[in-house]
Design a protein around this ligand. Structure first.
Ligand code: COD
Ligand code: ZN
Length: 376
């Protein structure tokens, strides 16, 4: 029996208050309005940003359905939707691509003006929500909300992908892999033969490693305080791995020593701490080095750096979602997974049923997982 045009009752994981657990409850999902798409979620990855929505580090309105890295099937479409149809395999876009605003029109831009962060409203474009629980509205998250069996997104925030996309791996294209891979290939534009340093070897940092290797970097130095991450980093292309805890000197000086005083060509901060952002900047070549900030800075942090670090020619860049344009780039990255251009197997360390969502976050907190994928 078709569900199109009807309210769907389904399970969702709601965070009712900052620092509260993910509670699996029954919600009601209204049909998509004009230019909206209702999606049956097949799998959703657990990303550090969801953790920040839960712990209050990112300002969101509660109750909220987090989750923003997913893959699903279109269940029904609202009036006027032409980009997808029921039955299509799709990836929801935590950074929409409306195609009409200045960042969408600029070849170097990707922070579409329809993006719902900094600050987040947690509502559809018309200021309402399609989710409710016991008659009260539940907010959405990052234009997506994927910790639910069904979600509704605007047509700007969904893209069709190849039906052959393998669910458990392609799910990472919705955030973690693209964020890291794009930081190396699109934001830094790593050149063949170069030396790269990657600070932080979580799922995103390891995806930076994959991007550096695909770009032909000849040296990729992985840096992490957790040495358990080193074997996977090496499997994916890191040529050396070091822990700052093994040195008395600051890590940027260690990296200069390792490169005959030159510094690395490209450095990437994939941790989200201001001290490692400063160290990553100082570790690249003083004249032509490029340092990319991938980790989101703590919301209340300021930092001070010497202007000389920039004056002599270093470039310091930020990279949100790897600088990629979601609608344009995601289908191609999915093809890369299907054609085995990238090996994402080592990134998915755990696959759990949706009901075990809190267990998935525990694995993240204990540093025991790289990516946990929840299957609906
Ligand atoms: N020195 C070296 N390594 C460290 C240090 C340190 N001082 N502190 C922590 N680490 C290591 C940890 O051991 C861990 O291995 C790694 O850093 C961090 O990995 P994870 O698994 O916690 O996190 P990721 O890889 O999933 O994500 C990290 C980000 C910083 C990228 C993430 O938190 C973030 O800020 N994302 C926002 C970026 C973005 O563009 N997002 C788009 C939509 S979410
Ligand atoms: Zn994410």
């Amino acid at each position: 029996m078709s569900t199109a045009g009807k309210v769907i009752k389904c399970k969702a994981a709601i965070v009712f208050e900052a620092k509260g657990p993910f509670k699996i409850v029954e919600i009601e999902v209204a049909p998509p309005k004009a230019h909206e798409v209702r999606i049956k979620i097949l799998a959703s990855g657990i990303c550090r940003t969801d953790d920040h929505a839960q712990d209050g580090e990112i300002k969101v309105s509660y109750p909220v359905i987090a989750g923003h890295e997913a893959i699903g099937i279109v269940e029904s479409i609202g009036e006027g939707v032409t980009c997808v149809k029921p039955g299509d395999k799709v990836i929801p876009l935590c950074v929409p691509q409306c195609g009409r605003c200045p960042p969408c029109k600029n070849p170097e831009g990707n922070m579409c003006e329809k993006s719902d962060f900094l600050p987040a409203k947690g509502l559809m474009y018309d200021g309402t929500s399609r989710f409710s629980h016991k008659g009260k509205i539940v907010h959405n998250f990052f234009s997506t909300s994927t910790f639910t069996e069904y979600t509704v997104v605007h047509e700007d925030a969904v893209v069709k992908v190849d039906p052959a996309a393998p669910i458990e791996k392609a799910v990472l294209i919705g955030c973690g892999f693209s964020t890291g891979y794009g930081a190396a290939t699109k934001t830094a534009k790593v050149r063949p033969g170069s030396t790269c340093a990657v600070f932080g070897l979580g799922g995103v940092g390891l995806s930076v490693v994959i991007g550096c290797k695909t770009s032909g970097a000849s040296r990729i130095i992985g840096i992490d305080i957790n040495k358990a991450k080193f074997p996977t980093a090496k499997e994916l292309g890191a040529t050396e791995c070091i822990s700052p805890l093994d040195f008395k000197k600051p890590i940027n000086e260690v990296l200069h020593d390792m490169t005959d005083g030159k510094g690395v060509d490209y450095s990437f901060e994939v941790i989200g701490h201001t001290d490692t952002m400063a160290a990553a900047l100082a570790s690249c070549n003083k004249n032509y080095g490029v340092s990319v900030m991938v980790g989101a800075p703590p919301s209340a942090a300021d930092m001070t750096i010497s202007p000389t670090l920039i004056f002599t020619g270093r470039t310091w860049k930020g990279s949100l979602f790897g600088g990629l344009k979601t609608k344009d780039d995601i289908p191609n990255l999915v093809l890369g997974v299907i054609e085995k251009k990238f090996n994402l197997d080592p990134l998915v360390t755990h696959v759990l049923p949706f009901e075990k969502i809190n267990e998935g976050f525990e694995l993240l907190h204990k540093g025991q997982s790289i990516r946990t994928v929840l299957k609906m």
